[in-house]
Design a protein around this ligand. Structure first.
Ligand code: AMP
Length: 425
């Protein structure tokens, strides 16, 4: 096959059936989980003013290197926009703009855009689902948010996903820790990678995020942030851990977990799928960000949330051999009388809630039966000249041993739903 003139842009991909069916199944599970917790969906713009994301902090690569820029065409208002690289900042912007009643509990799904070096599990356009809870400092809010993500992974059937938990403390804690870490990194500066030496000057904490081999030994021996938690931060962290234990949610303490964005305070967490490559094994993560709404011009408002990467969750499902239940077509109509019967009957059956497909182009019986098999339908309804004259149809079980039954056409709407239940038993 010759290559077509245009390809999907670098770092993007066309997701098609059957993968789209697995994506929809995951989205449905997510929606169910979050709705059960009293979270409502929010649909916010795919592009925002660049300033919204700049509030996330200038030492974050997402902000400094990875945003896709857009410019408003209006010469009177040449606004600098970007495709959103994540959604927490957009949601805090929406909160500051609309001032909803707190606690404000929302979930979202949609594409995010980051100008990254594409590789397996790392794309320039990827799909995330997530949730945010704004307006409560209660550590049980942290537990609820983590439980939502954890229950979602549980429902997908993934058995090996691990929850890593840490606390970055409050501003006082971070200040004290920053001093200790800076001293430590200064002493070891010559042994750090060039990039980490640069990061160190902007935000020493972010050095702990480095996956570069050269930095690993220094990171291993760095002081633990959890040794610097003040009483308030420590108490918060203890209640979060107790809450998770009460819900039977396992976690590993990960004192080096600082996560990508600068605005996190107190609880941070990540879900990793050990079956994936280390560089791309995070399937989700989140944390508390008590200062972000205020930074975006809203009232002082606490917040906690998470984001889960759907593309990576699918990769983790593949690696663990977990399959999502995929909705196949239930009925395939094979009409050798010209197609008019297939047209009317498919519409009739779709209206009573069945999923029905058919062939076009007046193809041969053999070709239509082949298409019926390929469709994954449970039953084929066959209409030939004899059936048409007698006002009957022949029903063929495509999953079992191919048993055929002749039925009155009028009785179909009544009998089919029952029969389909029988064949799925
Ligand atoms: P983050 O917003 O960076 O905390 O990412 C949350 C989750 O989104 C990660 O755990 C990944 O599963 C997923 N993710 C982040 N960046 C990418 C990317 N470039 N390609 C695919 N998935 C991503």
């Amino acid at each position: 096959m010759s290559k077509s003139q245009y390809q999907a842009p670098k770092g993007t991909r066309d997701i098609m059936a059957p993968e789209t069916n697995r994506v929809s199944a995951l989205l449905r599970l997510f929606e169910e989980t979050l709705n059960s917790g009293g979270y409502n969906q929010i649909i916010s713009p795919i592009f925002e003013d660049i300033g919204v994301f700049q509030r996330l902090g200038h030492s974050s690569e997402i902000v400094t290197k990875e945003m896709f820029d857009l410019f408003d065409k209006d010469p009177k208002n040449p606004q600098h926009l970007v495709l959103r690289p994540e959604l927490t900042a957009s949601i805090c912007r929406a909160f500051a703009q609309h001032r909803p009643v707190t606690p404000w509990k929302v979930w979202y799904e949609g594409p995010q855009f980051r100008y990254e070096k594409p590789q397996a599990g790392r794309y320039r356009q990827f799909l995330q689902v997530g949730a945010e809870l704004l307006g409560s400092p209660d550590p049980h809010a942290d537990v609820e948010i983590i439980s939502m993500a954890s229950r979602f992974f549980q429902k997908t059937g993934l058995a090996n996903t691990k929850l890593l938990l840490n606390s970055l403390g409050d501003t006082e804690t971070r200040g004290n820790y920053n001093d200790a870490l800076t001293n430590y990194l200064n002493l070891n500066q010559v042994n750090l990678s060039e990039q980490s030496q640069e990061t160190m000057l902007k935000n020493p904490l972010r050095v702990l995020d480095s996956k570069r081999e050269k930095d690993q030994e220094i990171i291993q021996n760095a002081p633990f942030i959890t040794d610097f938690l003040n009483d308030d931060s420590n108490k918060h962290f203890q209640i979060v851990q107790e809450g998770l234990s009460l819900l039977g949610i396992d976690y590993d303490l990960a004192p080096r977990l600082v996560r990508g964005l600068d605005y996190y305070t107190k609880t941070t967490f990540e879900f990793v799928a050990p079956n994936l490559d280390t560089a791309q094994n995070a399937v989700g993560g989140g944390g508390r960000y008590d200062g972000l709404v205020e930074a975006l011009g809203g009232p002082p408002t606490e917040g906690i949330g998470f984001a889960i990467g759907i593309d990576r969750t699918l990769l983790a499902c593949e690696a663990e051999n977990v399959s999502q239940s995929v909705d196949n077509i239930e009925i395939f109509i094979v009409d050798t009388t010209g197609g008019g019967e297939a047209l009317v009957l498919s519409d009739e059956l779709r209206q009573i809630g069945l999923s029905v497909d058919r062939s076009f182009d007046q193809r041969s019986m053999k070709a239509q039966m082949k298409a019926a098999d390929r469709s994954g339908a449970q039953l084929a309804i066959i209409i030939g000249t004899d059936e048409l004259n007698e006002n009957q149809v022949t029903l063929r079980d495509l999953r079992g041993d191919g048993i055929q039954t002749v039925l009155d056409r009028q009785s179909l709407a009544k009998i089919l739903p029952e029969m389909l239940q029988e064949t799925t038993k």
